[in-house]
Design a protein around this ligand. Structure first.
Ligand code: HEM
Length: 142
């Protein structure tokens, strides 16, 4: 992969991640307001943008060298706590999202809601820390 693509991909994944976050917040707002159809559409949007995100993210990390964090001092341990918790919880939430989606599409909404109430906050944490890590790595400490 050319350098230009390698330089662009992190920004593309950040935009996809921010879009997924928007869908997630909208989807939560919709279900709290009892708008089930809008909830369904927003959550399918979140799943689709996150799947696209994952494709570009893996493509990037399989092809580009690791970008070293340049911050020094106190911000370094903060960065690594965010990064490691982000990666671990991202791996954990992925199968949970699959289960949440499967239960919704099967129409078993009681069991959907039970696991969704755990999945959504973890997913939100992963999404928000993904944006913070991106900002720290590519914009704030350059
Ligand atoms: C895959 C991503 C999804 C997530 C993270 C998600 C999340 C949630 C959450 C957190 C709730 C509980 C809200 C509350 O009571 O506090 C909920 C309820 C619900 N969701 Fe989803 N949802 C997703 C996909 C879907 C889809 C695709 C559908 C439709 C096919 C759907 C239909 C529903 C319905 C009908 C409820 C209400 C269940 C009830 O109270 O009996 N969800 N969802």
């Amino acid at each position: 992969m050319g350098m230009d693509t390698a330089n662009t991909l992190p920004h593309v994944t950040a935009i996809l991640n921010a879009t997924a976050l928007g869908f997630l917040v909208a989807g939560f707002t919709f279900i709290r307001a009892g708008r089930r159809d809008l909830h369904k559409r927003a959550m399918l949007g979140a799943v689709a943008t996150s799947a696209l995100f994952l494709v570009f993210y893996l493509l990037y990390h399989f092809t580009a060298p690791i970008f070293v964090f340049r911050g020094t001092g106190t911000v370094r341990p903060i960065y690594y706590v965010l990064l490691i918790s982000h990666v671990v919880l991202a791996a954990a939430v992925t199968p949970m999202v699959a289960v949440v989606l499967f239960r919704a599409l099967r129409g078993t909404f009681d069991s959907h809601r039970r696991i969704a109430r755990w999945t959504l906050p973890i997913w939100l944490y992963v999404s928000v820390t993904g944006i913070i890590v991106y900002l720290m790595l590519y914009h704030l400490y350059i």
